[in-house]
Design a protein around this ligand. Structure first.
Ligand code: PLP
Length: 381
């Protein structure tokens, strides 16, 4: 079997597994308990906080552990809207993950869309023009939500430039870095954002664990109330084993950044074959992209047919962004880039990660070309 769906979830890294097993072996681990067991658990959580903070150039104190990337996004979006008492407008890029887009539409705040160009990159000129005309009295604080790397295309967004525009205008920037962490260097200071969300399972950590970084002093209100954990910004007993796994995974992922970057040459070779022999269009080919992501389309070869054919051949890939519900729908991300219906319906995402090997890329190309020959290319054989 070839696993080419790392952007959906990445297999657990051995380092993460070992650190989680060590926590399970500790027995009772509530970091809020004052006794010895509790203090040990507290030490595990704080060590992981240092690891996660260190991976993004932040102080450990500015990391809030959450129950995953979706919750980190929700905390950022709703937490800002609540802290600003609704006196804000959320400007959501048209390619955001639903965790951001749907949180925004449920937040009660006014929402605008920030458009991307046909290259899949945020239109900075449009953002600049919008901020030049911003009427803070009428529309409140502008809050941009811009992801660092797109989950479907892997296209890396000009976040630092956009955040500078927002800062100049007295606005704020929320950055969903769930797909970027451990794949490109992520540094909150260099990005200049105010909030940054992370998830463990995209980099070989466990599912159901994530974090929100926020700049000290940035407005933020809790969305969960209870025991006051995580400096009262995320109540609920911490997932100690999961947090330990996250810390170990992020450390390993940052160590392996050069290894991940080296995937690009195999990805490019795979795309060269698919273009030459299969007539595919590579989405975002000319834009900066994650080394391990390739989103490609072949008009007339429906995405779900491709996914099923590859599955039968033992190759795991995704269509569109609908990995969550199991259903396949036309890619909103590709539509936002102005792709035709025919292209948006026939795009699939292949994504490689920490345990991918060169043969995986050849295997995907072989299986895809074989499936295409039986269907869309059959007139040519
Ligand atoms: N943001 C992006 C860009 C993602 O790709 C995902 C996962 O698909 C999420 C947020 C949600 O993260 P989680 O699965 O940890 O809730």
């Amino acid at each position: 079997m070839i696993y080419a769906d790392h952007n959906a979830t990445s297999p657990l890294r051995p380092e993460a597994r070992d650190s989680m097993l060590a926590v399970f072996d500790l027995g009772a681990t509530n970091p809020s308990s004052v006794h010895a067991k509790g203090r040990t658990a507290r030490g595990v959580v704080e060590a992981a906080r240092v690891q996660v903070g260190g991976a993004i150039g932040s102080r450990a104190a500015d990391i809030i552990f959450t129950g995953g990337g979706t919750e980190a996004d929700a905390l950022a979006v709703q937490g800002v809207v609540d802290a600003l008492e609704g006196a804000c407008t959320l400007i959501i890029s048209s390619i955001e993950h639903e965790a951001i887009a749907k949180s925004a539409s449920h937040s009660g705040a006014a929402v605008q869309t920030a458009y991307v160009t046909s290259a899949g990159l945020l239109d900075l000129d449009d953002l600049r023009a919008r901020m030049a005309d911003w009427d803070k009295d009428a529309w409140g604080t502008p809050v941009l939500c811009l992801m660092l790397a797109n989950n479907e295309t892997g296209i890396i967004q000009p976040v630092a430039e956009a955040a500078a525009i927002m800062r100049e205008a007295g606005g704020l920037t929320i950055c969903d870095a769930v797909q970027a962490l451990g794949k490109i260097p992520v540094n909150v200071g260099m990005l200049g954002v105010d909030y940054l969300s992370l998830s463990a399972h995209k980099i070989g950590g466990p599912q159901g664990v994530g974090a929100l970084w926020h700049r000290a002093g940035a407005p933020l209100k809790a969305i969960l109330y209870g025991g006051g954990q995580e400096r009262s910004l995320r109540s609920g007993t911490e997932n100690v084993a999961g947090i330990a796994g996250f810390g170990a995974a992020v450390e390993a992922a940052v160590r392996d950044l050069p290894k991940y970057a080296a995937l690009a040459k195999h990805r490019d070779a795979m795309e060269t074959r698919l273009k030459a022999d299969g007539g595919v269009v590579v989405i975002g080919e000319g834009s900066p992209r994650l080394a391990g992501t390739s989103n490609f389309a072949r008009a007339g070869f429906r995405a779900e047919t491709q996914v099923m054919a590859l599955d039968l051949a033992g190759v795991c890939v995704s269509a569109g962004s609908a990995c969550s519900s199991g259903k396949v729908k036309r890619s909103v991300v590709l539509m936002a880039m102005g792709a035709s219906d025919a292209l948006a319906e026939s795009a699939i995402r292949t994504s490689f990660g920490w345990n991918s090997v060169p043969a995986d890329f050849d295997g995907v190309a072989d299986a895809w070309l074989e499936a295409a020959r039986r269907t869309v290319l059959k007139e040519n054989v």
